[in-house]
Design a protein. Sequence first.
Length: 263
Amino acid sequence: MTMTQPIVFVDGAAYESFMGVWSRKVGDTFIDWLAPAAGQRWLDVGCGNGAFTETLIERCAPAAVTGIDPSAGQLDFARKRAGTAKAKFDQGDAMALPYADHSFDIAVMALVIFFVPEPARGVAEMVRVVRPGGTVAAYAWDMLGGGFPAAPLQEQMRAVGIEPPVTPSVDASRMEAMRALWQGAGLLDVRTREIIVQRTFTDFEDLWTTSLKSPAAGPKLRDQPDARLAAIRQGLARRFPPAADGRITYSSRANAVSGRVPG
Ligand SMILES: C[S@@+](CC[C@H](N)C(=O)[O-])C[C@H]1O[C@@H](n2cnc3c(N)ncnc32)[C@H](O)[C@@H]1O
């Protein structure tokens, strides 16, 4: 699918509120499922602002952690996180990892595969830099199956005639596509699972202001005339009636995949 306009990640703090909270929830279940051994050398591809990097350091007792991402702004935030002192961060692209063959024990992509223009190249690069017997794994929102946390917002935008920006490889987030990518890269013992997570907002205002921080939809929403923005907001509010205490809770769904490098 073609990107309608580039989605640029600039603000690490805004990302943390919009998506980092969700990412760490999925990341926790992903790590339970992956059950990695302690003492491994990790590569976090598309580490962004370090949301998953911090989680893996907290949970996995790694020997070493490298994060890589194209966005200088996100990396700046990642380097300043309280829980990432152990990690080293590099700027770069998933499709051309600047690392020697077999440099890591495990490589992961957390909410990234749908951003990579050629997902198979990205997976091949992870396979190349992981040692034989190591692990290559990922999780991604099920973009086409309604799993993305911002899917309701995207639907409200479409309802008023605005096409929300989409990532270049949404198809790669389907479970079958992820399995095929992993098998096509020669990975063994390929396993998949669905991960459903819930997030609670204090009220609709919290949900709305968080939505406006989206690096994809946010800039487009801020460009809309007031009346159209109000129509989107009202449509979204109708979809999320608050509980008696005013809070709003909803679920999102990700697909996860893991495989072993041959040898
Ligand atoms: C949704 S964020 C995920 C960030 C982090 N992994 C997390 O779990 O919160 C997607 C990240 O992918 C990065 N990205 C986009 N295109 C990329 C590419 N070609 N190679 C590596 N990372 C890329 C973006 O800069 C962004 O930080």
